[in-house]
Design a protein around this ligand. Structure first.
Ligand code: IMP
Ligand code: MG
Length: 189
């Protein structure tokens, strides 16, 4: 049974406790806002969504169905987090970058923390001569990346605390949760 952030209850994900943070309906509103902006900015263009796996999978699935232009889909695995709550600072691009020559690419990311992943990815993409590259992130942590990163569309800016759900994981767990939960420091030291 799926749990909803409407409930006051805490949940256990792997070895940490999380509390409700962004409700499912709020998440859907954030996705709608991002889709509306992309529909406006890239109207009449053919768009290639480049989904950064695994975290952006759920966001991308909801986002792409609200886009009104012709859309093609590419995926790429990249990770700087390794079963932990802090970035290693090393980005591992686990696949060859798909052919995006001449395409209008929208990189779809779940959350931008230090910005390392996105910076690396944008750098790599540039050498494939796309027609344009923009970045859509469901969440962003400006206190961590200090604005030094291109984010064209963002669902919501949040503080630096660790979140799970709606595709995002903690140590590989919690991606299936339909709302977004935040680590509960009150109970974890
Ligand atoms: P960055 O390279 O530091 O910006 O890290 C970005 C990646 O780390 C994202 O694609 C996520 O997969 C992961 N990440 C960052 N913050 C969180 C979080 O709060 N919860 C889950 N994953 C996160
Ligand atoms: Mg990610």
């Amino acid at each position: 049974m799926s749990r909803s952030a409407n409930s006051e209850s805490l949940i256990q994900v792997h070895d940490r406790t999380f509390r409700p943070y962004i409700r499912r309906d709020e998440v859907m509103e954030m996705v709608r806002d991002v889709a509306t902006q992309i529909n406006r900015d890239l109207a009449g263009q053919e768009v290639t969504l480049l989904v950064v796996l695994k975290g952006a999978l759920v966001f991308a699935a909801d986002l792409m169905r609200q886009l009104q232009m012709p859309v093609t889909l590419e995926v790429l695995r990249a990770s700087s987090y390794r079963d932990a709550m802090s970035s290693t600072g090393t980005v591992i691009l686990e696949d060859v970058v798909p052919d995006v020559v001449g395409r209008h690419v929208v990189v779809v990311e779940d959350i931008i923390d230090s910005g390392t992943t996105m910076r690396e990815l944008i750098k790599h993409l540039g050498s494939y001569r796309p027609a344009s590259v923009s970045v859509a992130a469901l969440l962003s942590k400006p206190d961590v990346h200090q604005g030094g990163i291109q984010i064209d569309y963002v669902g919501r800016e949040i503080a630096r605390d660790f979140v799970v759900g709606y595709g995002m994981d903690y140590a590989g767990h919690g991606r299936h949760l339909d709302a977004i939960w935040i680590v509960d420091d009150a109970l974890d030291t």
